[in-house]
Design a protein around this ligand. Structure first.
Ligand code: BES
Ligand code: ZN
Ligand code: ZN
Length: 501
């Protein structure tokens, strides 16, 4: 699909899309401004009952072609996120009607900001909204002939085309990474195995000339990765430990250019299927546990996007990829394992496996002496209970890091909500025979105690934990998030890294 930027009148580039703002009594005004002066169109839309409510649509013949009006909601609630929704609703509606191209106005309204940002939001919305996962159907559910070939973003003045094109280019990189993340998560666990995740990392490394090191199961055993080995030993698909290292190209001598601003380690939970292990999960909704590698997928997508955008930061993606399965070789409740750090863990519940594999990842991150470490994990069901599907759980003791992640969350609308990491939550994990056990006695504050567990392995690190258990997967869908994998994390992390000073 081609996305181009043009200045001047909006017609002639496929279905013309206009925005409607909602007022107290129905439609307040139409956007862009030139459309607002089209009295005939306004009367036509009002006649069709169009009020401008968010994501409301009206598809009407007008002039020599068709016009699609999409509601933006109330003017004072306009934001870059409503802009994303606007573009997604428009693109999906046009596709469903069997048309192949559309033009979107680069909106200029209070609360939206520069053309570059609006163009980025429109492009993200259109590309992410049009995503579908139908690679596995013999006959695609939706007619595959129905597809959008071209989107034209229309700016008012020629001077805006440059900035708008920059916004489009950035959004194309982000959307490609998010699509990759969604494909990996939507892909069933018999197809997306630990080896497949490792091959995906290798593919990214080849394409962007990054360093990639994959350590297979047998070596992990010898090297003492007891957390990953304990979780992986019950599976027929061997666990893989993946390190994908992006270093920005050194600027040519004397030319100045970007210096490496900071080094980040991103740790991803990559459980390709979480059956619970011998502490087997109930069968209802167990199929959703193919999404338990969403953190790992987000890390892969973030490294890919950072490399494509040539961000001036070093990023080391550290991923533990394995299944959590019951079998004759699986770890048992009561087993004691020795992690890479040397600390021993009594495994009370084999379903609390994410923290076991992340213990090894976080300890491993120390060798890079990173400026910050962020782990991303579908870690706890308790996070789904506490925050539902709108907020990522954020836990860190570092106020500055918390503020920066929060800011990135607001800008991308991948919003985070902070939970405390007070030390009073910690003693619940004392074991009678090992250094710690992997679940707390009380069952209280499950998201926080899981984070307190991880904290033990982050000594000396500046660290933040993102629990995406509630936000990685959606049964409802939204205009730019079709049902299934959300692809959360990439836009948030790239925004954070971009804004890093
Ligand atoms: N992968 C799950 C958490 C999860 C639940 C992710 C729902 C996405 C949606 C995790 O490994 C798990 O099973 N956690 C247990 C921990 C408990 C045994 C202490 C949980 O949350 O129930
Ligand atoms: Zn589990
Ligand atoms: Zn899990």
């Amino acid at each position: 699909m081609r996305i181009t930027v043009k200045s001047g009148p909006q017609g002639r580039h496929g279905i013309r899309v206009v925005g409607g703002l909602q007022g107290e009594r129905g439609l307040e005004r139409l956007l862009p401004a030139s459309t607002g002066r089209d009295r005939a169109l306004r009367r036509l839309l009002e006649g069709a009952g169009f009020r401008g409510a968010r994501n409301e649509t009206a598809f009407l013949p007008h002039g020599r072609g068709w016009v699609l009006a999409v509601g933006l909601g109330k003017a004072k609630e306009l934001s870059l996120d409503t802009t994303r929704q606007f573009a997604a609703t428009a693109a999906r509606t046009v596709r469903a009607r069997g048309h192949t191209s559309l033009s979107l106005p680069v909106l200029k309204e209070r609360g939206l900001g520069a053309s570059e940002l609006v163009a980025q939001a429109l492009t993200e919305g259109a590309l992410l909204g049009l995503y579908r996962y139908d690679a596995l159907r013999e006959v695609p559910k939706e007619d595959r002939a129905k597809r959008i070939d071209a989107v034209t973003l229309v700016v008012e003045r020629p001077s805006e085309t440059g900035p708008a094109r920059r916004g489009v280019a950035k959004a194309e990189v982000l959307a490609e990474a998010v699509r990759l993340v969604r494909d990996l998560i939507n892909g069933p666990a018999n197809l997306v195995t630990p080896t497949v995740l490792a091959n995906e990392a290798r593919r990214i490394a080849r394409r962007y000339r990054l360093r990639c090191q994959v350590t297979p199961f047998a070596r992990l055993k010898r090297l003492g990765f007891g957390g990953i080995v304990g979780v992986g030993q019950g599976s027929a698909h061997p666990a893989q430990f993946i390190v994908l290292d992006y270093r920005p190209a050194r600027p040519a001598p004397g030319l100045g250019g970007a210096r490496v601003k900071a080094t980040f380690a991103l740790c991803g939970k990559g459980i390709t299927f979480d059956s619970g292990g011998l502490s087997l999960k109930p069968s209802s909704k167990m199929e959703q546990m193919k999404c338990d590698m969403s953190g790992a997928a987000a890390v892969l997508g973030t490294v890919q996007a950072a490399a494509a955008l040539k961000l001036p930061v070093r990023i080391i993606g550290i991923i533990a990829a394995t299944e959590n399965m019951p079998s004759g070789t699986a770890q048992r409740p009561g087993d004691v394992i020795k992690t890479l750090s040397g600390k021993t863990i009594e495994v009370i519940n084999t379903d609390a496996e994410g923290r076991l594999v992340l213990a090894d990842c976080l300890h491993y991150a120390k060798r890079y002496k990173p400026d910050a470490v962020i782990d991303v994990a579908t870690l706890t069901g308790a996070c789904v209970v506490a925050l539902g599907s709108e907020a990522i759980g954020l836990m860190t003791k570092d106020e500055t890091l918390a503020a920066r992640i929060n800011q990135a969350g607001k800008r991308t609308y991948e919003r985070v909500w902070r939970l405390p990491l007070w030390d009073e939550y910690a003693p619940m994990m004392k074991s009678d025979i090992a250094d710690i056990k992997n679940v707390s006695n009380t069952g209280e504050a499950g998201t926080i105690t899981a984070a307190k567990f991880l904290e033990i392995f982050t000594e000396g690190l500046r660290w933040a934990h993102l629990d995406i258990a509630g936000t990685a997967w959606t049964e409802k869908g939204k205009p730019y998030v079709p049902k299934g994998a959300v692809g959360i994390g990439v836009r948030l992390l790239i925004q954070l890294l971009e804004d890093w000073k």
